[in-house]
Design a protein around this ligand. Structure first.
Ligand code: NIG
Length: 391
């Protein structure tokens, strides 16, 4: 087995406090060594290894763990976005527009589009993604979407309860029965997770409960979209059901923050969504100070967050959500891993998957200080170069 050292690292962020200084376990003038797709050691610079990448004094950190995406879709909603920028409000019902395009797309076309988005994410330093279905909204199209997602990741989420499709408008409960029955049975073999959108215009808390409980009975872990467009029961439902994550958390009451703080449910913030939908940004400071675990994710989708840039999310989190740079970087790496209940990613610690990014910067503060500038020079997934600025 051959080893690879990323050497001459000016600032190595391990993400593991016991390996270095501060909450992110930082080391100066260091090296990280990969073998067989895993991290085997972090050391002082100047190590011996079979292969060597010279980081040239730059910053090296864990790759981003993007724990909330909708990468499998067809179609375009730029007109809806333009209308929103001109003052129209965001509505959950826009999901149906994407659903029409996704239903008629072939699996091959959906896969090509998803890989294009995944390649964009690799360029932006995302080394692991969760991918949801949710734009098929019938049994065959949801199964097709889950099968495509499973080609890109082992964290696939069944989101049949994304919105009620037009053909069930007069009987939403019949759609909920379809989701927790035949649709779940068709999708579950490809999935690790089940999710639902708890919001006015999507599904009630009781409908979400029924869907999530059916998913749990089918062996899936639970996630929930909650408190995105207004206050609601989503966060408390997720905590009560011991979901791994509740995502959005834009509108939180004191009781929601208390519930999160006393739980294992991660509060996942999606600030690029609040940017694109002109919602207020969540008060992450309040949630962190209460003691809850938080994550940042891109929520890549055609309606509310058409970006693969975790750097942009970090910039918003620091600029507008009260997070420090270290907190935002932690939330985008090991926070994402916690939201997916994984110990093997999100840190550069021995035993973890060798997922790392070399920045064209001395420190991750540049994600905020130099917003919008592409800062990822090289992306490693499982110890191999998945993308490099040098080609
Ligand atoms: O997370 N909230 C639900 N789902 C997506 C919206 C998708 C869309 O508008 O197409 C979200 O924002």
């Amino acid at each position: 087995m051959s080893s690879l050292a990323i050497d001459n690292v000016g600032l190595l962020i391990t993400g593991e406090p016991s390996l270095g200084d501060g909450p992110l376990g930082e080391l100066r003038d260091a090296a990280v060594i990969f073998e067989d797709g895993k991290v085997v050691a972090v050391e002082r610079a100047g190590v011996e290894a079979d292969g060597r990448v010279d980081a040239g004094g730059r910053c090296v950190m864990p790759g981003f763990v993007d724990s909330h995406t909708h990468l499998v879709f067809a179609g375009d909603r730029s007109e809806e976005f333009a209308a929103r920028m001109a003052g129209k409000a965001y509505e959950a019902g826009g999901i149906r527009v994407t659903s029409e395009a996704t239903r008629v797309a072939s699996a091959a076309d959906l896969e090509r589009l998803a890989w294009e988005r995944r390649a964009e994410g690799l360029r932006a330093g995302i080394t692991h993604v969760e991918i949801k279905s949710g734009y098929g909204l019938d049994v065959d199209s949801e199964a097709k979407s889950c099968a495509v997602a499973a080609k890109l990741t082992d964290d696939v989420t069944f989101l049949g309860a994304h919105v009620v499709p037009a053909e069930f408008e007069s009987d939403p409960d019949a759609y909920v029965d379809l989701v927790r029955g035949e649709m779940l049975a068709a999708c579950a073999p490809r999935c690790r997770w089940i999710d639902a959108f708890c919001e006015t215009g999507a599904f009630t808390a009781e409908q979400c409960r029924a869907v999530l409980e059916a998913g749990r009975a089918a062996g899936l872990g639970l996630r929930l979209h909650g408190n995105q467009l207004g206050p609601g029961e989503g966060v408390r439902l997720a905590v009560e059901l011991e979901a791994a994550s509740v995502d959005h958390c834009t509108y939180l009451a004191d009781a929601d923050v208390e519930a999160l703080a006393g739980s294992r449910t991660v509060a996942t913030f999606l600030p690029a969504t609040d940017f694109s939908t002109r919602q207020p940004y969540p008060d992450a400071r309040r949630v962190i100070d209460a003691g809850a675990t938080v994550a940042l994710a891109t929520n890549t989708n055609p309606g509310s967050s058409n970006t693969t840039s975790m750097g942009f999310c970090i910039a918003l989190a620091v600029r507008d959500m009260g997070m420090t740079v270290a907190e935002a970087v932690g939330a985008a790496t090991r926070g994402g891993a916690a939201a997916l209940r994984r110990e093997d990613i999100g840190r550069l610690a021995p035993g973890c998957r060798a997922d790392a990014i070399v920045l064209d910067a001395a420190s991750p503060i540049d994600f905020v200080y130099r917003p919008g500038v592409p800062l990822v020079r090289e992306t490693f997934v499982a110890g191999r170069t998945a993308w490099s600025a040098e080609g």
